[in-house]
Design a binder for this molecule. Structure first.
Ligand code: SF4
Length: 502
């Protein structure tokens, strides 16, 4: 790193202004003192940052292939404060939440479990996705190192895999991470199963008759899936067996509830905690049903971006050049392989558990929808996807409200996508759209804006529901989660009534 940086904040307190007048110092990634790290077999890898269920599944899945992984707890408000105390100014809040969460966890190991800071630095490694930006994402690893050094963990190792290279990463002999195809395939299986379970949970929970029954059933399913990973049992069959557990959850699905598509910046839209003020649970408590963004959507975007880059590179080949570029052929093949692996595994797991009506995003369709509004070569954050999701939601009548969540100060999401969304909403005035920032503070303002947008969505859901007659004899399948009819109604209850009327 060549940027000038001073240790601007004291390591013990947030808000201490003693740094004023201090001389600026040169930042260096190298620890001040040489460190003798623990051998690989004694090293503990820390992971985290996806949904709670996925972090737990990943921990077990990677353990099952002999990797020593531990999932960090879900980031909370205290993580955010810790991140702010030790981080640089002007970061986006996923940085503060995730960096602070790691520092907080290490402090717990030191202050409550009795490990010394030296021991922690020697034995633990944090594994995260890396990338070159173009937004603050490219600075995450340095942010981690800076905060860890100021918190007393100088030399703590952060290792990463490139988020946009999928299973095609290089791993050398000395590398701490075993970036083999087996590692990535196991990781992706855990992520996709987590996606399917989460999506189903969000479909069922708003309609449960006994509060907490869906969460309880999902936890039972998670334990079964974890055991299947550990004992190398068939995952698809295990998910099929989970149907019996889920079918026991009693539902009343004939309630008109506003359907809310939650999208936006990847981390802010996906996290389930203080990082977005528990938005999904708040919406459910307010009587809505959420459509969350599965991690698979981000995987599909990364694959689509890699394919597009390759296509552009091939277009640059001089016409007279008759040589076959074998590296390009190989990359094309690997991209195709990755795409079909994600699709096949997701469909297989979804079918087994009984998620019938979730469509894997059609990346070409989404690109075509947004191309007129957002350049497809802009890769920061979710690129053109936020704009595409809103247009798709209106055209295909997917929801009564679309909420785009973005961290305060997020360049691609707040500064670019939201600018474009004003043109989209002027061309699609029927869109009920709310773009909302999460800063880690200001929950009351956040909730009040969500409630205002939700009011209109609830009215739409009720009107849509009342267009249909309630059948005299309600078919039994109406309340079985496995019955998921396809039609053009947005609300789940209206979809059911429409299916009975035709
Ligand atoms: S997309 Fe936004 S929130 Fe995410 S890393 Fe980039 S600037 Fe930060």
């Amino acid at each position: 790193m060549s940027a000038t940086c001073s240790t601007v904040k004291m390591s013990d307190k947030n808000g201490n202004l003693d740094f004023i007048g201090q001389e600026a110092t040169q930042w260096s990634d190298v620890p001040k003192e040489p460190i003798k790290y623990a051998p690989k077999k004694e090293t503990i890898m820390l992971v985290g940052g996806l949904t709670i269920l996925q972090d737990k599944l990943i921990e077990t899945a990677l353990e099952s292939i002999g990797e020593n992984f531990v999932a960090l707890p879900n980031p909370d408000f205290a993580s955010f404060q810790t991140g702010k105390a030790y981080g640089n100014r002007g970061q986006c809040n996923p940085t503060y939440f995730t960096v602070g969460n790691l520092v907080k966890y290490l402090q717990t190991l030191r202050d409550e479990k009795g490990l010394s800071a030296e021991e922690i630095v020697q034995k633990y490694v944090f594994v995260t996705a890396g990338g070159c930006g173009p937004c603050r994402f490219g600075m995450y690893i340095t942010e981690y190192k800076k905060a860890l050094r100021d918190a007393g963990f100088d030399g703590f190792r952060i290792t990463s895999f490139e988020h946009d290279k999928g299973i095609f990463q290089k791993s050398d002999e000395e590398s701490l991470l075993n970036l083999s195809p087996k590692f990535f395939i196991t990781l992706i299986k855990a992520v996709l199963i987590g996606d399917v379970m989460n999506l189903l949970g969000y479909k069922m929970r708003p309609y449960e008759l006994e509060v907490g029954a869906t969460d309880k059933a999902m936890e039972e399913c998670r334990l079964l899936v974890s055991a299947a990973f550990t004992n190398k049992k068939n995952l698809t069959k295990t998910l099929w067996n989970c149907r019996k557990i889920l079918e026991k959850v009693e539902l009343n699905r004939l309630q008109p509830k506003a359907k809310v598509l939650v999208m936006g910046e990847f981390w802010a839209a996906m996290t389930e905690g203080d990082g977005n003020y528990n938005l999904h649970r708040f919406l459910e408590a307010e009587g809505a049903e959420c459509i969350p963004q599965p991690i698979m959507n981000r995987l599909m975007l990364s694959i689509w971006e890699a394919e597009r880059k390759l296509h552009k590179k091939e277009e640059l080949t001089v016409e007279t050049d008759k040589k076959v570029d074998f590296s390009s052929v190989k990359s094309r093949l690997l991209i195709k392989l990755a795409k079909s692996a994600v699709k096949v595994h997701f469909s297989m797991y979804a079918k087994a558990l009984g998620l019938h009506d979730y469509e894997i995003p059609n990346m070409e369709k989404l690109a075509a929808l947004s191309e007129e509004y957002y350049t497809l070569d802009c890769e920061g954050g979710e690129g053109h996807l936020e704009v595409a999701h809103l247009i798709e939601s209106v055209k295909d009548n997917l929801s009564h409200l679309t909420i785009s969540v973005k961290p305060f100060g997020c360049m691609p999401s707040s500064a670019v996508s939201d600018g474009v969304q004003s043109l989209v909403t002027s061309r699609f005035p029927e869109a009920n759209f709310l773009a909302i920032e999460t800063s880690g503070e200001g929950a009351a303002n956040f909730y009040s804006r969500v409630q205002m947008a939700l009011f209109k969505a609830k009215q739409s859901a009720k009107e849509e529901f009342e267009m249909f007659d309630m059948p005299t004899n309600i078919p039994e399948k109406a309340h079985n989660y496995l019955y998921q009819p396809h039609n053009f109604q947005a609300g789940s209850a209206a979809k059911l009534l429409k299916s009975f009327s035709s």
